[in-house]
Ligand binder design. Sequence first.
Ligand code: UDP
Ligand code: MG
Length: 141
Amino acid sequence: MNNLTFAIIKPDAVKSGNTGLILDRIIKSDFKILGAKLIRLSRKQAEGFYDIHKERPFFEELTEFMCSGQCMVLALKKENAVQEWRQTIGSTNPEEAETGTIRKDFAKNIQNNAVHGSDSDENAKKEIAFFFTNSELIANN
Ligand code: UDP
Ligand code: MG
């Protein structure tokens, strides 16, 4: 399925009070929200979620940051969702993010960069399944 993606409003953005503004961008960009939860990740969950980055030098700091406060996890639906959401959020580093993107407007730096977006359909599926049960999503589909 290429119409689903997974997003996180990261702890920096929740702490700064930007959850509502980012949800507004999601809705105005025509994503349908199939699932949304405000949660606080455990260290184990953060490490599991970012397992692909476990050899990277920033892994420890990243996982510590991701469980430093509440975040909102979201399952989003739109045609070509993965690519569309990556475009809406902009580059990983806000200094390189395009004008009008979420990271350009809300990210503090390359780590505290406000939002997550899946990088492929395969990972979107895995990441959604990491946080949502099928029945939670089907109910809103
Ligand atoms: N990150 C970091 N330092 C870096 C690169 C990435 O702290 O040099 C963090 C940042 O929060 C990023 C996450 O690790 O969003 C995952 O990195 P990835 O390269 O997958 O970027 P993304 O897909 O989130 O744009
Ligand atoms: Mg990534």
